[in-house]
Design a protein around this ligand. Sequence first.
Ligand code: IPE
Ligand code: IPE
Ligand code: MG
Length: 251
Amino acid sequence: MRLLYPPLPAPRFHPVPEYPTIPRHIAVIMDGNGRWAKERGLPRREGHRAGAEAVREVLDACKELGVDYLTLYAFSSENWNRPEAEVTALMALLDRFLKEKAKDLDAKNIRLQAIGQIDRLPAKTRDLLDSIIARTADHTAMTLVLALSYGAREEIVSAARSLATDAAAGRIDPASVDEAAFASRLQTAGIPDPDLLIRTSGEMRISNFLLWQISYAEIVIVRKNWPDFRHGDLLEAVNEYQRRHRRFGAL
Ligand code: IPE
Ligand code: IPE
Ligand code: MG
């Protein structure tokens, strides 16, 4: 009999992966800055300014807990569609945050990384970012990943494009492309997938964040707006994570 398809490989036993009690990687969709400001009759940029303060607290809480990676969704690819004045205010805040944080990250042994289309950021911001990334590259206590001008679909398309380019040039065999090969072309290559995904302001959506990486992340939605998020709220979210039974499709 002629085989129409190559025979299937023998089934492999996939044990349920071990998962950490303290999430190794926490990813946060910091949402609700605008609403926080509106409730107080303040301009939106005041909400963003207060949001930057909340970042400091969460960063310290994660370090104390022993979290290895904290990824913060600070600016999405779609956020470029906001009014120019808001985008300018956000970039100015990012500059200020980076300037203020540079010494602190260094002193706390925290490594900075960035994902997203960094080349779309203003040159000044990019230079600042590059210099802090280089300066903290060997730090080992924790990694802070800033998602800036980040869009997951864009990231996935760009990984597919780079694999296709290599395959067309004969550098890789298309049959060798597996999940690991694909993940290695994403901007998060080398970073473990998030264990816990937090979104503030009560919205129940992903908004183009880490679509590939959150396959089995535990999702915690917090009602508070991001500028009100404190140390204790992070501990509560981790507590909620610890009460979950992660099954990874098994039992
Ligand atoms: C999150 O707050 C910060 C960014 C997206 C940059 P928003 O600005 O989205 O605030 P809301 O959702 O309008 O309240
Ligand atoms: C997601 O929030 C992006 C960031 C937090 C940076 P948005 O406020 O932009 O998302 P939508 O518009 O509510 O989906
Ligand atoms: Mg929002």
